[in-house]
Design a protein. Structure first.
Lengths: 515, 519
């Protein structure tokens, strides 16, 4: 198949979004919306979250899912909607969606089916998207936000439904003017669409809901949940009303690709709607975009121009039948869920909520920590991971899931410090080497570099006495009251021992001989 | 010559594959300029090379070794183009073969070519093809021998008209067609051959370009029921690539239920067989010669011991209108992939307006296809979905229940162990006409001749007898049963059986076809 599908440029609105993103300065104004509407106004917010299902194969074909691979390399005749092809559901995608539903306390439906949602767009090869409109796989469920998540109070965000659907390809409009290029690598990738009830009241709650869901999806392994890479995408519905009056008309803001932008978009949209209403205007139901540069939402299309998607049951895919046995099997295989895990880690290791949250923020962080913390002081372990390892990975632009330092390696550093072989400072030096790719254990590195601390008191006494006898002038000055010279003596010893002397022992010995 | 005869002669080395292929090619070159059955014929040299190869091997182990077959031009083939009779796919070459094409090839069949059809399967007369209409071989081959006058040009029937005409005129031994709402049974009846539509899901649809997925079935066109059975035995199997293919589990449940012709295979003795005559099929449009042959068929079966009972399928009269909502709805959806971006025809002009995206390209669909796209699009819009599409689905379910009520055998798709027993008071098969008349004249079927609104509606009414079995997904077969006493053109009779009971259907059909020659 040819690698680029050329088609004429089509979507003006889409081009505008792209243009607006091209402004260089990204400046987010701080809003005081929270105070503004708390007095009189209330915002009603609901989320529609699309999470790419973490499956090696696509939803309806055997081609691989991919990110950042050469264009149109993972495309089968099904993904390109060739005539005569028939989709076949990937059971892995169903399994991961069911697990997600169970983790969110959703009701997995014994029978659900697929529908076609029709619209013409170059990155939608069949002219329709296969989704679950009439009978989604899961109804109900909730996400509870609490102080564990960083909220001052507790609140439930109910889940309306979860549906399985296919992702579209990508249109690329700005490489060749007037021509849209199509990459179908993403076409047919499995998505879970998670729709919340309008239970959210503030941008903070919305941000925390997405963050919490991200953590949950990563824990389950059902999605990478990465907003920057587009494996998690967010649309938000916002309306405002005066407290005590019926809900207002809602606007949908599309394609928000970070939690930060999601929160800012909600804040400015609330402000816009309140301002409109206070001017005596009414709110039109419409779909809006978010201009990051201007920190404004803007109209994409109004209700009058909404597409009629002509939903039709997908005749090529039989209904999904989920048996009780199947549910039970998935339920038994569910990993420890984030809230339970948070509580357990805090109790079991006596570490702070902040540390736990940091560990959980990285995929595999908790497992990494727990492996090392077996038989070691958990505080030392968590400190070395969060304060040193995370920082070093970050400066070297390495994602945690590509962390080159094994649990044995990191554990060996802690052990070396505990045995007194090295100081914490040398420990960090060793960790730096490991992050750069040194795959030896701490002891081997110490030996090769000669970084082992001198802890032999006799040997240190000889060195200290030698230094003192070689510098009678300074000894005299010290004894006459220039106490600052003490650290100079320490420095001399350190230089002599190439920093390998145990600083505490050097202190003790020098004190003994000088006083 | 039938496939069975040819296979025997091949095995006895009395004839060669080369001679069979040459005979088919000779007939194509002699008649096809007038019949127009083929859209593309395989390269002669390649065909003969392949035939020689098979002859040289000489073993004829495959059940269809050396048998020339043809495919309706909606079966994907990687060696010949697949056009669906449409300008939209004029030079389209599929990157893969349909599963049924592979199955037949593995059994040793030789593809002679791809046959003409109504564009995307939409039509009952095979006049809506970008390659031109198919002419009924009866009016070409036997012109003068028939009661018909010269220039009495009849249609072959659609939408698998090319396949039917090719088999009827000896250009191949068997052809695959597709049956969405009678598209194999109608042309079989008009051309005087056997047209078999197996139960939905028996034969893989992978590589069959969809008209209406929930109705489309692979259809078999042959000169005898025995030949149809040979083809069916090769292509009826589970296929992973077709999500609607009957699963091995359901196939095994199905074969655990006794059916008449598994117990009495290859016999003319029909004692114990109960044949239903559904009274709703006695429609007012039925012509006198058809009614006479229907009666003759019924008495023939009775004379072989079958018990004849009158049955009722009350929802039959709603079937046609439900069909003309459901099929175009699915079609409007299926055809939206033809945008010219990845394959097929693409207009040089383009419209950058979002609402008119691909309009220039999609303009090239034929008139009938456009009509059905518009109809289907309308039925699926938010405002009419509930009052059209959903109602039609309800009717479809009622039509299915009608059949479930008259057949002895429970429907294997939704029976539980509790009711898996047969109800002996009910029937094994139904016998009905296939068409209301013999093949219509070409000029009556061309809709640019819309001055006569009755012609226009008649082209749809023709489907009234064949559509119910399609809606129910149950097997049905058209068997040639004589010619019209008025115009001499062939007439077929239809047998219909319960879902999954294809064996009984073929068994009774084998007996019935012998009755065609009796006075």
């Amino acid at each position: 198949m040819c690698s680029f599908f050329k088609i004429a440029s089509t979507s003006n609105s889409y081009n505008n979004v792209l243009k607006s993103l091209r402004y260089n300065i990204i400046y987010i104004k701080k809003f005081s919306t929270h105070n503004l509407y708390q007095k009189k106004w209330e915002a009603i917010i609901g989320l529609e979250i699309h999470a790419q299902i973490n499956s090696k194969k696509k939803l309806f074909s055997k081609s691989s899912t991919s990110f950042n691979e050469p264009v149109n390399t993972n495309v089968s005749v099904i993904d390109a909607a060739f005539p005569g092809t028939i989709p076949r559901i990937n059971s892995k995608c169903v399994q991961l969606t069911v697990a997600t539903s169970l983790a969110l306390n959703g009701n997995v439906q014994p029978v659900s089916f697929f529908d076609r949602k029709h619209y013409f767009y170059p990155d939608l090869p069949a002219g329709y998207q296969i989704t679950q409109h009439y009978a989604p796989i899961s109804l109900g469920g909730k996400i509870t936000l609490s102080p564990l998540d960083g909220l001052d109070y507790e609140t439930d965000v109910k889940i309306k439904q979860i549906q399985i659907e296919q992702d579209t390809g990508k249109s690329i409009h700005d490489i060749k003017p007037g021509i849209a290029l199509i990459d179908l690598n993403r076409s047919g990738t499995g998505l879970m669409e998670i729709v919340t009830e309008p239970d959210i009241r503030t941008s903070k709650e919305a941000g925390l809901t997405v963050r919490k869901l991200q953590t949950l999806l990563r824990t389950l392994g059902s999605s990478n949940g990465n907003m920057e890479e587009g494996s998690l995408r967010c649309d938000v519905n916002v309306s405002v009303h005066e407290v005590g009056t019926p809900f207002g008309t809602r606007c949908e803001i599309k394609n928000l690709n970070s939690i930060k932008f999601l929160m800012s978009a909600i804040d400015v949209e609330i402000e816009r709607q309140i301002a409109e209403l206070e001017k005596g205007h009414s709110i039109m139901q419409e779909t809006r975009g978010y201009d990051v540069a201007a920190n404004q939402t803007f109209r994409l299309r109004t209700k009058e121009t909404l597409t009629d998607y002509r939903y039709m049951p997908e005749p090529d895919i039989p209904s999904l039948i989920i048996t009780k046995d199947y549910l039970k099997r998935i339920h038994n295989k569910l990993p420890e869920l984030p809230d339970d895990r948070k509580k357990r880690l805090m109790n079991q290791y006596n570490i702070s909520l902040r540390d736990v949250t940091s560990l959980m923020h990285e995929d595999g962080g908790v497992e990494y920590f727990e492996e090392i913390a077996k038989n070691r002081n958990p505080h030392h372990v968590v400190n070395l991971i969060i304060h040193d390892l995370y920082g070093l990975l970050n400066t070297n632009n390495i994602k945690f899931n590509h962390n080159p330092v094994t649990t044995q390696q990191l554990g060996s550093i802690i052990d070396s410090i505990k045995m007194g072989d090295i100081t914490a400072k040398v420990g960090r030096k060793i960790l730096t080497l490991m992050v750069m790719g040194d795959n030896r254990l701490s002891s081997d590195i110490i030996q090769e570099k000669g970084w082992k601390q001198l802890t032999n008191t006799d040997e240190l006494e000889i060195i200290c006495k030698d230094i003192l006898s070689r510098n009678p002038k300074q000894v005299q000055q010290y004894k006459q009251g220039n106490k600052n010279l003490f650290s100079w003596f320490v420095g001399q010893v350190m230089r002599e021992t190439k920093s390998s002397a145990n600083p505490k022992l050097v202190n003790d010995i020098l004190t003994k001989y000088l006083n | 010559m039938t496939i069975i005869e040819a296979t025997n002669l091949l095995r006895q080395k009395k004839i060669s594959t080369v001679s069979l292929v040459k005979e088919c090619l000779a007939r194509i070159s002699k008649y096809d300029a007038k019949i127009n059955a083929f859209i593309e014929v395989q390269n002669e040299k390649e065909l003969l090379d392949k035939a020689q190869e098979i002859d040289a091997k000489g073993s004829f182990n495959g059940s269809l070794d050396g048998i020339p077959v043809a495919y309706k031009d909606l079966f994907c083939t990687s060696s010949l183009s697949t056009t669906c009779g449409s300008y939209m796919l004029k030079k389209f070459k599929s990157p893969f073969n349909a599963t049924v094409v592979n199955s037949l090839e593995e059994a040793g069949a030789i593809m002679i070519g791809k046959t003409n059809m109504d564009e995307f399967g939409m039509g009952a007369a095979n006049v809506y093809s970008v390659h031109g209409p198919v002419y009924n071989p009866q009016s070409i081959l036997f012109n003068g021998n028939h009661f018909g006058k010269n220039n009495d040009q009849r249609v072959a029937g659609g939408s698998s008209g090319g396949s039917a005409a090719a088999v009827a005129s000896g250009m191949c031994f068997a052809a695959l067609g597709s049956d969405t709402g009678g598209s194999v049974r109608l042309p079989a009846s008009y051309c005087g051959i056997v047209g078999f539509k197996p139960s939905y899901g028996q034969c893989s649809r992978w590589g069959l370009i969809a008209y209406a997925n929930s109705l489309d079935t692979v259809g078999i066109l042959t000169r005898t029921v025995g030949d149809a059975q040979m083809i069916y035995d090769v292509i009826s199997k589970f296929d992973m690539n077709d999500s609607t293919s009957i699963t091995p589990e359901v196939r095994s449940i199905n074969s655990s239920v006794p059916s008449f012709f598994k117990l009495n295979s290859n016999t003319d003795d029909l004692r114990g067989l109960r044949v239903g005559v559904p009274k709703e099929y006695f429609v007012s449009e039925l012509g006198e010669p058809i009614i006479n042959l229907w009666k003759k068929g019924i008495s023939y079966l009775r004379s072989h011991g079958a018990t004849i009972v009158s049955v009722s399928c009350p929802n039959t009269r709603h079937a046609l209108s439900a069909y003309y909502i459901l099929a175009p709805s699915e079609a409007s959806s299926n055809l939206s992939r033809f945008d010219g971006v990845r394959y097929g025809y693409r207009s040089e002009e383009s419209n950058k307006n979002d609402d008119l995206l691909y309009a220039n390209t999609r303009e090239e669909f034929g008139k009938e296809v456009k009509k059905r796209i518009i109809l289907g699009t309308y039925a699926l819009t938010a405002g009419s979905y509930g009052s059209y599409f959903l109602q039609a689905q309800k009717i479809r379910r009622m039509v299915k229940l009608d059949f479930d009520r008259v057949f002895k055998r429970p429907n294997p798709l939704h029976f539980t162990k509790k009711d898996s027993k047969c109800n002996e008071n009910k029937v094994d098969v139904l016998i009905t006409p296939v068409t209301i008349s013999t093949a219509p004249k070409i000029e009556d079927c061309l809709t640019n001749n819309t001055s006569n609104i009755n012609n226009f509606i008649n082209t749809y009414v023709n489907d009234v007898l064949v559509v119910p079995a399609s809606l129910a997904g149950i097997p049905a077969i058209s068997i040639p049963f004589g010619v019209s006493s008025i115009d001499g053109f062939p007439i077929g009779l239809q047998l219909i059986a319960q879902y999954g009971d294809d064996d009984t259907l073929l068994g009774v059909a084998k007996v019935l076809e012998k009755g065609a020659n009796e006075k």
